[in-house]
Design a protein around this ligand. Structure first.
Ligand code: KG4
Ligand code: ZN
Length: 364
């Protein structure tokens, strides 16, 4: 095997169709191109991702994404050394489109194929962006995932905690809908919260009174509904100021839960390792400025290095899949034409399955 190899990555597990080319070596990795085609406009009127619409859109967009990624990297398919594709977990129709596309390319070019776990792509991203060494701690928070992972190798992930019901992005999306704000809810709530008072409503901080790193966000949604209804009963509607306060108070509750559970995971990792691990974040929710600021402050207090990849690599993309594929291929992992699309694929198979797990079902 050559020491440097060029990887085509393909991602289609939720509502982003993506392709990227990454040049990988054991010393460094460069993103030669990264194309992401979102589907927000197709799903916004339904208030969430509609699996059938997503799958159809992936089928329509995927070859265009691959072509654009190859063109932007100024390469031909024959220049690629490896085809890496998200093989799960995710919405099955979308994952299938990606896997079939990758198999087609691998079969026609004769290049090796590797199926990558989408969560491994997120979890390995700080190595792509910042070249950090194993082991480190990863807080993965998006619309479908919420996990605290101890990452000790390209295929070694230990889940220290996660959500037992909704993912935090899902809580943002549902709360936005409850307050009549547009989707995706995270950016809408963050914008609205900027003018609000985070102490106005004392929303619950679920599971903080219990030991461990598991989290729960579904109760927050109920608290928002109750607070909204009380305001409507008293004032006949929700004044703008009250909506901003609701958003700010909700955001503060999510930030407190994520920060405290991450602090616990860091403390137990430090105890086991005898040194301070790096903390990294990924997923759409990690782009929230006030959540990032709280995490950053906590890291400063604990003398822990905080690595936050750029937003475009925190959210779903194919560069992370190409990178994870390269690392795993280098570690000896192989797939073949029997590669199957998997709706569920826990990263850490040794830990017990969590009960809930986000809008796409119990993904991991
Ligand atoms: O990682 P991502 O793009 O896709 C997956 O869910 O896999 O994350 C999207 C989620 C949505 O739930 C969205 O509302 C949330 O991330 N999100 C945010 C922000 N930007 C996106 N949540 C809070 N604050 C934000 N600024
Ligand atoms: Zn994701």
């Amino acid at each position: 095997m050559t020491q440097t190899f060029t990887v085509l990555g393909i991602e289609s597990s939720c509502d982003d169709t993506a392709a990227a080319v990454v040049e990988w070596s054991a010393q460094r990795a460069d993103i030669l191109s990264s194309i992401v085609k979102g589907q927000n406009d197709l799903h916004s009127e339904f208030g969430g991702v509609v699996p059938e619409i997503a799958a159809r859109a992936h089928v329509e967009k995927i070859d265009h994404c691959v072509l654009e990624a190859m063109f932007a990297a100024d390469l031909r398919l024959s220049d690629i050394d490896l085809v890496a594709v998200t093989a799960g977990p995710g919405l099955i129709g979308g994952v299938l489109s990606g896997v079939m596309c990758a198999k087609g390319i691998a079969a026609t070019t004769g290049k090796p194929l590797i199926g990558v776990n989408h969560l491994a792509g997120h979890a390995l991203t700080p190595r792509l962006t910042d070249g950090i060494s194993f082991p480190y701690l990863m807080l993965l928070v998006s619309g479908g995932h919420c996990q605290l992972l101890f990452v000790s190798g390209p295929t070694s992930f230990t889940r220290l905690g996660g959500t037992i019901d909704d993912a935090p992005g899902e809580a943002f999306d549902k709360s936005a809908r409850i307050l009549g704000l547009s989707q995706p809810g995270g950016p809408s709530i963050e914008k609205e919260a900027a003018a609000g008072d985070p102490r106005k409503f004392s929303f619950p901080r679920p599971l903080l009174d219990r030991p461990g790193c598991d989290m729960s966000f579904s109760g927050l949604k109920t608290a928002i509904i109750r607070a909204r209804d009380r305001i409507i009963d008293a004032q006949g509607g929700i004044p703008k100021e009250a909506r901003s306060d609701l958003c700010a108070s909700f955001q503060a509750a999510v930030a407190d839960v994520l920060t405290e559970k991450t602090r616990r995971a860091l403390a137990s990792t430090m105890k086991d390792l005898g040194e301070n691990p790096v903390l990294s974040v990924a997923g759409g929710v990690a782009s929230n400025a006030s959540i990032r600021a709280k995490l950053e402050l906590m890291c400063e207090e604990m003398e822990v290095k905080f690595v936050a990849p750029p937003l475009a690599l925190c959210t779903d993309n194919a560069a992370m899949i190409a990178y994870a594929g390269a690392e795993q291929y280098h570690a000896g992992i192989r797939s073949d034409m029997s590669l199957a699309a998997r709706p569920r694929w826990p990263l850490d198979t040794k830990s017990e399955t969590l009960i809930g797990g986000g809008k796409k079902g119990a993904k991991a």
